[in-house]
Write a protein that binds this ligand. Structure first.
Ligand SMILES: NC(=[NH2+])NCCC[C@H](N)C(=O)O
Length: 509
């Protein structure tokens, strides 16, 4: 893998490089009156959340950058158990500093080393947050880019008069869910446009990170969507419906050439429409087929990745209540996404649409007319059959070998309880090896019944150290992270990861 590799063609190819963000001080400032606005359902005990998150980082390092493990362990041994070890703090000189497991804060600090960009970003954040000039000057005065990055993310600034850390502007408590800020599609990046003000600064920071660092030398590979000009003439209520918002939890680069995208509480039909057009217009992205999945708008299922994720070429984990909800395939070749994927409150049904890029369309001919077609596979009658069909068609798995594991083993009330705590939101480290939370006990039974092993991250570290197992030899396993605090933020390992590079999956033909 090249050092700056950007390459994702599936959800399950061996993970090589990703973007994460460790829980920062802003999370420790959440108050109950802000829950709804800031997209939390509870307060969290930050130091315990960090301990849980550190296990996640360590697991990622074992698989992606094992040379760093000795370094991490030496800190863990030396340091006070109650404190966050310095090696895990992205702003600390002793930070583990991997080029495979990248923290947004650390990457942002690199962006801030360039003076011109630094002033641009400070102004952008201050304008967005409505800060006073006094605050802007204080930010300007922070010389250390690592310290500045931390403040721009957490909103927490040191007040020397009061000798206290105080909020200078709102924190970004959801920035740990890096999945949502952008999506790598083959070697391109689709930038998110967050649905709610609580997450809009995340989209802005990601813009700077991608244009001035990750894609600095290939900016043409960044896909940005924006509002249509008529949007600006809509009243506030209409704007809510027609905003082109998209969050990464609704987009999956599911198989080479095939992208899934959800219309949900967070991603609007207008955005999906716009994305389909920009992607098909740009043959270099290499996406030939887009499947659109519309799910009801619910807080409990805010993105499609809260309802299903892929485990192995032939295995999926799915919230059973959504398995075969009736869908209506659109059967027209003259298709206007905008009108048919109606996003209004009145139309809260489940829908599936498959759209293929018209074979002969090129960038030049695209605007001239026929450039996409609706291609319906009759085997697909709902979400579960869609997933089965992806295993069969995209990964060449015999129909009888496809397995669906259900949230809570499909038994009420465990299905709903465990979906809420992210039983369906797993991150694949490689084909068949996934990371999830340790609290979804009924879902685990489904894994065992389907021949998977279950092991906690800390047990696995012991086995790695004793050389009883290695990331290369481990197969068909669900690895459990401690989750008492993490799950309160309402996202799982899938949400807490933005893959930048995965190996291609081998498909036997
Ligand atoms: N891809 C995901 N499912 N992300 C989960 C995001 C959770 C976060 N609290 C929010 O509501 O925005």
């Amino acid at each position: 893998m090249a050092q700056n590799a950007i390459h994702v063609t599936s959800e399950i190819g061996t993970l090589e490089r990703l973007l994460i963000h460790s829980p920062d001080g802003g999370i420790g400032k959440i108050v109950p009156s802000k829950f709804q606005e800031w997209l939390y359902d509870d307060t969290v005990f930050l130091s315990n959340m960090r301990r849980e998150y550190n296990e996640y980082i360590k697991l990622l390092l074992y698989f992606l950058d094992p040379d760093k493990i000795g370094y991490i362990r030496s800190f863990e041994k030396r340091q006070d158990k109650q404190k966050q070890p310095d090696c895990y703090k992205p702003d600390h000189p002793d930070y583990f500093n991997s080029d495979k497991v990248l923290d947004t804060e650390h990457v942002l600090a690199k962006v801030l080393e360039q003076d011109a960009i630094r002033s641009k970003l400070i102004s952008a954040v201050c304008a967005w947050e409505g800060c006073s000039f006094k605050t802007e000057r204080k930010l300007d005065a922070i010389e250390n880019p690592h310290e500045l990055a931390k403040v721009l993310i957490s909103g927490v600034l040191y007040n020397p008069d009061k000798k206290q850390r105080q909020l200078a502007f709102q924190p970004l408590p959801n920035f740990i869910f890096t999945r949502d800020i952008g999506i790598v599609l083959h070697d391109h990046l689709l930038l998110s446009n967050a649905a709610s003000p609580a997450r809009e600064r995340e989209s802005m920071l990601m813009k700077f990170i991608s244009f001035y660092h990750l894609f600095e030398k290939k900016q043409e590979k960044i896909i940005e969507i924006s509002e249509s000009s008529s949007f600006f003439l809509l009243n506030e209520e209409e704007r809510r419906d027609f905003k082109t918002s998209v969050e990464g939890g609704d987009v999956m680069m599911i198989a080479p050439g095939h992208m899934l995208i959800g219309i949900s509480e967070r991603t609007t039909a207008s955005a999906v429409n716009e994305i389909i057009h920009s992607i098909f217009k740009t043959p270099a992205v290499g996406i030939e087929k887009i499947t659109v999945i519309k799910i009801p708008k619910h807080r409990a299922q805010m993105h499609i990745d809260t309802v299903f994720t892929q485990v192995r070429k032939d295995t999926w984990v799915l919230f059973g209540k959504f398995s075969e909800m009736l869908n209506q395939y659109k059967n027209s070749t003259r298709y206007s996404y905008y009108h048919d994927l109606d996003d209004s409150e009145a139309k809260q049904t489940f829908e599936l649409v498959e759209i293929r890029r018209y074979k002969k369309s090129t960038e030049e001919t695209y605007d001239a007319g026929k450039n996409y077609e609706i291609n319906i596979s009759h085997k697909v009658t709902g979400l579960e059959s869609l997933l089965r069909n992806i295993s069969i068609e995209d990964f060449n798995i015999p129909e009888s070998d496809v397995r669906i594991i259900y949230s809570g083993n499909n038994i009420f009330p465990y299905d709903e309880r465990e979906q809420w705590t992210d039983s369906c939101n797993l991150l694949a480290l490689k084909d068949g090896v996934v990371v999830g939370y340790d609290r979804n006990k009924e879902t685990e039974k489904g894994f065992i019944q389907n021949g998977y092993d279950i092991i906690t991250a800390s047990e696995l570290f012991d086995r790695f150290e004793k050389k009883e197992a290695s990331p290369e030899t481990i197969n068909n396993t669900l690895i459990l992270l401690p989750s008492a605090e993490l799950s309160r933020a309402r996202g799982g390992a899938h949400c807490m990861s933005m893959p930048l590079s995965r190996k291609d999956v081998r498909v036997e033909r």
